[in-house]
Design a protein around this ligand. Sequence first.
Ligand code: HEM
Length: 249
Amino acid sequence: MTTTSEPMNSRTGTGHRPVGGRQPWWQRPWVVPLAFLAAVFLVYSLPPYLGLDPASSRVPAPPGVGWYYPALVAHIGFASVAMVTCVLQVWPWFRQRHPVAHRRIGRVYVFAGVLPAGVMGLAIALAGPFGPVAATSNALLAVLWLIFTIAGFRMARARRFGEHRKWMIRSFALTMSIISNRIWAVVWALALEPQLATTFGGSEQALGQAIAGLTTWTGWVFPLLIAQWWLERGRGRKTANRSQSVAAR
Ligand code: HEM
């Protein structure tokens, strides 16, 4: 039984809307750019970690935290699984045509992706080298990522597919937010570096922590707000239409 107004899809049994499968791929151009973005991100991000050499890491391990590098590499490996599987899971055509694969890949997304990557992400966030503002943001991001994903999985198990869809869209937004994070890093660096001598009193460390803190907060808060707006927008329109027709009576 579904608990929301979203109708159950009798063809897939998933409660997902069937329209995605009917539209040709060129009318759904976001799947291709999304996969391209994820591929570019992974091709850029993974190489320094493939050789398992701490000296190549883009993130310096905090002094005295021996487990940091192994946890970072584990986080990156599992998070890559989450990113790749996530692109497949949100593709309407794939969901409709391959519902069994959607369920199997969904389990991979949860258990070999988000759960281990989120737990490792939380650990490296709390021990991170970029100061308390970035640490707080990353830790909250990790906790929300775990909560949204577990909620989405539980809703699917309970066959509450409308709720499942909502939680997984939020989880998806956080998974992909790492890409927006990298864009914000460039924006904040360009905006703040000229202020090194003024706002930051010449302190490279203060500047670095400000860039890292702002980058991580803006990196995930905006994608999550957009996802929430996207989930609400249809309902808002329907409610407005309903009130208009009631007022017109
Ligand atoms: C959404 C929850 C996530 C959290 C909480 C998280 C947390 C972190 C943290 C704390 C670091 C250490 C650097 C820092 O302190 O900023 C890090 C690094 C990294 N994460 Fe994540 N992460 C998440 C998602 C992802 C995803 C989906 C990927 C995709 C593969 C990813 C790939 C990486 C990479 C490649 C690094 C190393 C930094 C670099 O080389 O640029 N993370 N992450």
